[in-house]
Design a protein around this ligand. Structure first.
Ligand SMILES: Cc1cc2nc3c(=O)[nH]c(=O)nc-3n(C[C@H](O)[C@H](O)[C@H](O)COP(=O)(O)OP(=O)(O)OC[C@H]3O[C@@H](n4cnc5c(N)ncnc54)[C@H](O)[C@@H]3O)c2cc1C
Length: 413
């Protein structure tokens, strides 16, 4: 068989026919992409991913030797467009495929790629991230969870928090401290850990919008094989940086490893503002029409920004840290949109919250959760820091703990 890559338009036609034959059509009576994930969705999405894998349409941009298809982002974009009328395993996109799998492809050992990367692409395994800790997520290098080498194993103690979808995952990429005498960035290691283990106590965290996608985990002598170390011991910061690159790229909307796109209904961030204006009888109001036009312009800008940065990073014109610009826009633009929607919906968005459903309730929920966009995947302030220091090469922020052995760094209790 020839190794030549199939032309995108031929691939599109083949994908269109396969999708029609194999994937369930979106049901107009079903709500998709809601803030609460039903347990059955995880079973369904694993099955849908297995279907894509069996049909040769999973992990399109991952290499063939790890279960992918070795295709290009243009093939992935065509597939996503064709997949819009169908149910897709969207819950597996972030963090499992777009973030953790991307990192494993670049930094994992051959055995790790064969097991975890292939497992994620084939729908057998779901991955999540154990990075943030209660002492702070922005200062990631200041983390306190420790791993002690013991023969062929590591023994892990500590706590992680804000782990998206951990309860539904099988394994996590866990950043831990392995050297307390090295400065904070140089004593870390990335280790793949099982999520469900007798030595790990996992709680689901209920949010103000009723969702419970976040988890917190407490490790008491969790033992994992030393072969689960990703990269080299004490070089976890390099591995973590790669993972964070994929996080910014995926959260910012520019990942080649994310497949399909969420239908907008039930998701206020993707909700049509025109429909909302009509719903509340303000579609003829000139001020509201101006706001609607403004949000559309923001969408166009965002789309072009993602395109420009993705192309710039691929060509080497921009450094990998330029992904922080996409990440920042992904927080600022949806937040501005939520504010516009709230202005249009007015009190109705609040009064419909407890019982109501449909657009107005979605707006109310989006207002409650608007701040999440500027924290997930690293905060907006940290994105600005990275853009100024690592893209524009402005002077670095002062850090009292740089080059100090971590054991000696002063910490709050
Ligand atoms: C939707 C969502 C999904 C997430 N998923 C995961 C996940 O799967 N796994 C995981 O490990 N974590 C996850 N997180 C946690 C996320 O990474 C952290 O919330 C984030 O890194 C910020 O950390 P923090 O919440 O501890 O806030 P802090 O670090 O305490 O920051 C508080 C505030 O101080 C500001 N600040 C802190 N330091 C500086 C500085 N040097 N300069 C300027 N401002 C600063 C921050 O910008 C922020 O506004 C998720 C969070 C969200 C909202």
């Amino acid at each position: 068989m020839s190794d030549q890559i199939e032309a995108v338009e031929d691939f599109r036609l083949r994908a269109r026919a396969w999708l029609a034959e194999n994937m369930p059509k979106l049901d107009p009576d079903k709500e998709y992409n809601t803030n609460r994930v039903a347990d059955r969705e995880w079973v369904e999405h694993r099955e849908l991913q297995k279907k894509l894998f069996a049909g040769g349409f999973a992990g399109l941009c991952f290499p063939k030797e790890y279960g992918g298809q070795g295709l290009t982002p243009a093939h992935q974009a065509a597939f996503t467009e064709e997949s819009l009328p169908y149910e897709m395993p969207l819950r597996l996109n972030i963090p499992s495929l777009g973030i953790c799998s991307g990192m494993l492809l670049d930094m994992g050992s051959e055995e790790q790629k064969q097991k975890y990367l292939r497992g994620a692409i084939s729908g057998e395994i779901i991955l999540c991230q154990f990075l943030s800790e209660p002492s702070g997520g922005s200062d990631l290098a200041g983390l306190l969870t420790r791993a002690q080498r013991d023969g062929d194993t590591y023994v892990i103690n500590g706590q992680k928090t804000w782990s998206t979808f951990a309860y539904a995952a099988d394994y996590a990429t866990c950043l831990v401290r392995t050297d307390w005498d090295a400065p904070k960035h140089r004593g870390l290691s990335m280790i793949i850990v099982p999520v469900h283990d007798a030595a790990t106590h996992l709680n689901r965290v209920r949010m103000v919008d009723g969702s419970d996608e976040f988890c917190e985990e407490f490790f008491t002598d969790l033992v994992v094989p030393a072969e689960n170390l990703v990269g080299t011991e004490n070089d976890g910061w390099t591995v973590g940086q790669r993972q964070l690159f994929y996080e910014r790229q995926a959260v910012g909307g520019g990942s080649p490893y994310v497949s399909g796109r969420a239908p907008s209904r039930g998701n206020a961030a993707g909700l049509s503002i025109e429909s909302l204006a009509r719903e509340v009888g303000k579609d003829q109001d000139p001020a509201v029409r101006e706001l609607v036009g403004w949000t559309h312009a923001q969408d166009v800008v965002n789309h072009q920004l993602i395109k420009r940065i993705t192309v710039g990073m691929a060509s080497g014109e921009y450094p990998a840290m330029a992904s922080s610009m996409m990440r920042l826009a992904h927080a600022e633009i949806p937040q501005a949109k939520v504010d516009v929607m709230f202005e249009i919906a007015g009190d109705a968005a609040v009064t419909s919250l407890p019982e109501g459903d449909g657009y107005l309730r979605s707006v109310g929920v989006a207002v409650l959760m608007r701040q999440g966009a500027s924290l997930g995947g690293g905060s907006s302030e940290m994105s600005r820091n990275m853009i100024s220091e690592r893209v524009l090469m402005m002077p670095r922020e002062y850090a009292a703990d740089r080059d100090v052995p971590f054991r000696e760094v002063r910490r709050g209790r």
